[in-house]
Ligand binder design. Structure first.
Ligand SMILES: Nc1ncnc2c1ncn2[C@@H]1O[C@H](COP(=O)(O)OP(=O)(O)OP(=O)(O)O)[C@@H](O)[C@H]1O
Ligand SMILES: [Mg+2]
Length: 357
């Protein structure tokens, strides 16, 4: 097995005497595309600064590219193989070409090689037509593409991104992430991307590490984090449709979950005794009528009234309620045709789709 590109063990960072980063163990393998998510102040930028060797840590060890980083010489070698980009591109005065050439001039590449690498990097991010433009006069989206070309022109092994695409419109952001992902996969580049946008995470990453209070609270595939958030903070981060207060009881070694509205169901997955809420993705709730095919697994059924219908691309959001229980279901548009606000309908969900937190 190839050694990890990044490995942190017991890393603690104190800022103003406050513990702001506390990573027990985190390893990132070559070629992984990892997103770092978490609320404001969670320690995401602090973590990236530690990995980028910009910030001293008070405890623990950092290994980069399979080597411990203790001495200045090790730090210099590791720095030459990694690249970082921020929300502001920090392009300097001069042309786009000059900007992208900078890391190569700094590394003393021969002139001919510089020309070849710069043009190839510009082409990769579809900005060769900008080569002669003044870098400071680019639009936000153009600047970020040029910034990526500059970050990757010297073919680093590790790319660290601190929300560089947050200010771009949705279409530009998806386009740039798709291009970056292709380049990363082709070159076995390892990328760590801080992001506040879970759609961005789903487009780009194979893995997401969620931080809160400086510590890792979930580390899994994006789809798992989306559907099975580990805590309330993660549920809110992924915009979970339904986070419902619940009570748990154990009857004959079986966990029974009670929701408002008199909804009761057995739960077969493992739970912690502290669980107080029940997460249910909206697309795991079915409207049960003759228009919709019933899924095969056994469902918990609930009689509810339609409270609202919100159009959307892909699925429509249907709000339903009974007593104190309000739910959001996401269903295909055709299943909402003919639904009337106030109408009584039956919905169903599989207990397997429920995540207790
Ligand atoms: N230069 C600094 N000096 C002292 N404390 C700092 C400094 N930078 C950040 N902090 C503190 O460290 C904690 C973590 O900050 P950090 O910037 O890593 O959070 P973040 O997860 O990147 O947040 P955001 O989503 O807002 O960018 C915060 O409480 C912050 O106030
Ligand atoms: Mg930050």
């Amino acid at each position: 097995m190839q050694p990890a590109i990044v490995e942190l063990t017991g890393v603690k960072v104190y800022r103003n005497n406050r513990l702001t980063l506390n990573i027990e163990h985190l390893t990132i393998a070559p070629g992984e595309l990892v997103a770092i998510a978490g609320p404001n102040g969670a320690g995401k930028s602090t973590l990236l600064q530690v990995v980028n060797m910009l910030l001293p840590y008070q405890q623990g060890t950092l290994n980069l590219f399979g080597k411990a980083i203790n001495k200045q010489s090790e730090l210099n070698i590791a720095r030459r193989q990694s690249s970082m980009m921020f929300q502001e591109t920090l392009l300097v005065n001069g042309t786009v070409y000059d900007n992208v050439a900078l890391p190569l001039i700094f590394r003393k590449y021969p002139k001919e090689k510089i020309r070849e690498l710069v043009m190839s990097a510009l082409q990769t991010f579809q900005c060769q037509h900008l080569a002669k433009r003044q870098a400071r006069q680019l639009s936000g989206g153009e600047a970020q593409r040029v910034g990526l070309a500059r970050a990757l022109v010297f073919q680093p092994r590790l790319l660290l991104l601190d929300e560089p695409f947050a200010a771009l419109d949705t279409a530009s952001r998806t386009a740039i992430l798709t291009d970056l992902k292709q380049v990363a996969v082709q070159n076995k580049l390892t990328v760590i991307l801080i992001s506040h946008n879970f759609n961005e995470v789903l487009t780009f990453a194979d893995r997401v590490v969620v931080l809160a209070g400086g510590a890792v609270i979930q580390d899994d595939k994006p789809e798992v984090v989306l559907r099975r958030p580990a805590t309330r903070e993660v549920a809110s981060l992924v915009d979970m449709d339904n986070v419902l207060p619940c009570h748990m009881e154990t009857e004959a070694a079986q966990t029974i979950v009670r929701l408002d509205g008199g909804v009761i169901f057995p739960y077969n997955r493992s739970v912690t005794s502290k669980a107080k809420a029940c997460c249910l993705p909206g697309d795991a709730i079915y409207i049960l009528n003759e228009k919709a095919p019933s899924p095969e697994q056994p469902l918990v059924t609930v009689s509810v009234r339609v409270a609202g219908i919100t159009p959307g691309i892909g699925t429509y959001k249907v709000s339903v309620a009974v007593d104190e229980l309000s739910l959001i279901a996401r269903v295909p548009r055709e299943q909402t045709l003919g639904l009337v606000i106030g109408e009584k309908i039956t919905i169903g969900f599989s207990p397997d789709e429920v995540q207790l937190i």
